[in-house]
Design a protein around this ligand. Structure first.
Ligand code: G6P
Length: 612
């Protein structure tokens, strides 16, 4: 997975390219490079390491070109090295390519090209692309639109996923792009055009975007763009105006994006609620028109996602089952797609993906569609791949999430799923008005209550300061508190590299309690009034074995054997995860900070996993 940027205009390209790459580093950050056309020659600067290394290369100052492409890499084929960094050139150095995705048949393409006399400098799958372009360019392509036709012939040979940018020293006025299953957007103004893997990278320059479809080509000049379909017939395309504010994608005085995004949650939740309901009125989703007959025919719901989004799905399941009485299963997308799930036209499938680009989630959606189920995407990114595959989409509207570890997207996903559950029950005619109205009131209260949770940050920081050198931690809870424990544990692993596990508190005695010894840290989440007493008994068992305990609760605890207690406001249990997860997000954050780690870009992880 990688990030790509491109520019064609009248100003110097390199600062635009570098700034774009910096905001795409969440997609990968082991190597970076740029190619520009300088005095009718391709100039390439690239190396392993972060974009900051590229920025500091002395030669970069001498590049005055106003057309270029750039790449920040997360290695898939070939270790991080200068040779494996993008852009890649063909042997004749006439074509430069950057690519995000995976070319599955690159071995055979490499063999074919080798048999035609081409040689390769890298171990990447990408290097076949510029050479294929050169091969077709010099072998039987007619003169008309020769560059585009050569790119198209090369792309026709590729199997896999790709977002590709190509420039050529023979055509110094244009960038050609094409995509399939990897994201690519084009930002446009009258006198310059921008390309990127996602919107925030070019938001500082424009709010007008073209969202490229799979197999669609764009030939991008500084003052106009030509679009073509997969047969190279020209097509027109509408501009989409993106309302995000550029400053919303910057740090706004916070030390890291993650902390900023944690603090943004009261606001992102307000945005998610938007105008989807008012007290006393039914919930509505403008883009969904599911008839009552269809809704009544649903006999099972699957919620499918990866990572944090899957954890949000677990909370959604609880809300749907409680409010709608429809059996709901939550699945990890990479499992779902290969386990032959039982799906028919009475199955409704919900796919949650912040980025909308997660390969496993998209594949799982395509599978359900092919078996006749109706599909709903829950995404944060307008026009993302998953939203184009699904029958229906609802957007979280949480604003851009940059830190690799997801925080505000998770809470917004939960809010949206709970509102969707209310919508379902209301439209099924199964709602109990008193229950749904009181739940709606609690949802509207969430932002204010979240602000009061955030006001306790210092307390959480103090506990984190005391225990950040530890190697193992355990998170316990029951019901949704267990689901939140899973998310808290994932956050901790992701950014602090501390080993941690989440257990259903009642399961402790069936094995994990063997791990509890003097000084081990156990974090308990106790918010469901019906289950609190039972969880307290389980926590008592760890206290008596010498564990240090941090408790997140909205109940008055009679027992004060615990080391630290963080009190959060009481709220309907269906949405209390939104309040109880925040101390856990902060806890993971401050532990990672104490360890001196890069919280926004944890090792080995990427924000959007567009490969299997
Ligand atoms: C990666 C990220 C996680 C994220 C997961 C699903 O693993 O590191 O933070 O939860 O992908 O991403 P999605 O964009 O589909 O929600």
């Amino acid at each position: 997975m990688c990030g790509i940027v491109g520019y064609v205009g009248s100003k110097k390209a390199t600062p635009v390219l570098i700034n774009g790459l910096l905001s795409l580093e969440y997609r990968g950050y082991d190597s970076a490079g740029i190619a520009v056309i300088e005095n009718n020659e391709l100039s390439v600067l690239k190396d392993k390491g972060r974009v900051a290394n590229l920025k500091q290369m002395p030669e970069i100052e001498n590049l005055n070109s106003s057309i270029g492409i750039a790449h920040t890499r997360w290695a898939t084929h070939g270790k991080p090295s200068r040779e494996n960094s993008h852009p890649h050139l063909d042997n004749s150095k006439q074509f430069a390519v950057v690519h995000n995705g995976i070319i599955e048949n690159y071995h055979e393409l490499r063999e074919f090209l080798t048999s035609k006399g081409y040689s390769f400098l890298s171990q990447t799958d990408t290097e076949v692309i510029p050479n294929l372009i050169h091969y077709y360019y010099t072998n039987g392509i007619s003169d008309e639109d020769k560059f585009l036709r050569a790119v198209k012939s090369a792309v026709d040979d590729l199997k896999g996923s790709y977002a590709i940018e190509v420039i050529s020293k023979l055509y110094p006025d244009r960038v050609i792009v094409v995509r399939k299953d990897s994201p690519l957007v084009i930002g446009t103004t009258k006198e310059e055009n921008f390309i990127a893997s996602d919107i925030p990278a070019i938001l500082p320059y424009t709010k007008d975007f073209y969202l490229l479809d799979d197999y669609e080509y764009a030939v991008i000049y500084k003052d106009h763009i030509k679009f073509f379909d997969n047969t190279l017939s020209s097509r027109s395309k509408a501009i989409k105006n993106i309302e995000w504010d550029a400053t919303a994608a910057e740090k706004n005085g916070f030390e890291d994006y993650m902390l900023k995004e944690i603090y943004e949650q009261p606001n992102s939740i307000r945005e998610t609620i938007g105008s989807r309901f008012k007290l006393g009125e039914k919930c509505s989703f403008d883009d969904i028109n599911l008839s009552k007959e269809y809704l009544q025919s649903i006999n099972k719901i699957y919620i499918v996602a990866c990572g944090t989004a899957m954890h949000a799905g677990l909370i959604g399941k609880n809300a749907i089952e409680k409010l709608c009485h429809i059996p709901t299963e939550v699945d990890i997308a990479s499992e779902f797609r290969y386990r032959n799930p039982i799906i028919d036209d009475k199955t409704f499938c919900i796919y949650i993906s912040q980025s909308g680009e997660t390969a496993d989630t998209i594949a799982a959606l395509k599978l359900a569609k092919s078996k006749g189920a109706k599909t709903l995407a829950v995404s944060n990114v307008i026009g993302s791949s998953i939203t184009r595959e699904a029958d229906y989409t609802i957007y979280t509207h949480a604003g851009p999430e940059i830190a690799v570890a997801s925080t505000k997207a998770y809470t917004s996903q939960i809010v949206l799923l709970v509102i969707f559950a209310i919508y379902l029950t209301e439209n099924l005619g199964r709602s109990d008005v008193a229950t749904t109205e009181s739940l709606k009131a609690d949802i509207l209260d969430l932002p204010t209550k979240l602000e009061s949770v955030l006001a306790e940050t210092e307390q959480i920081q103090k506990f984190a300061d005391k225990i950040y050198t530890e190697h193992d931690m355990y998170f316990l809870g029951r019901g949704c508190d267990y689901n939140v424990a899973m998310e808290g544990s994932l956050k901790l692993k992701e950014i602090s590299y501390i080993h941690s596990e989440a257990y259903a508190a009642g399961e402790l005695k069936h094995g994990p309690i063997a791990l509890i010894e003097n000084g081990v840290t156990v974090i308990g989440i106790l918010t469901n009034p019906d289950l609190v007493e039972k969880s307290i008994s389980n926590l008592q068992e760890v206290v008596s074995r010498g564990a240090k305990t941090l408790i997140i609760t909205n109940q008055k605890l009679s027992n004060s054997n615990f080391n630290y207690i963080i009190n959060i406001p009481e709220i309907n249990p269906l949405v209390s995860p939104i309040l109880s997860v925040v101390p856990l997000q902060l806890f993971a954050y401050y532990i990672a900070k104490n360890k001196g780690l890069d919280v926004d870009k944890p090792r080995n992880l990427a924000k959007s996993v567009t490969v299997e």
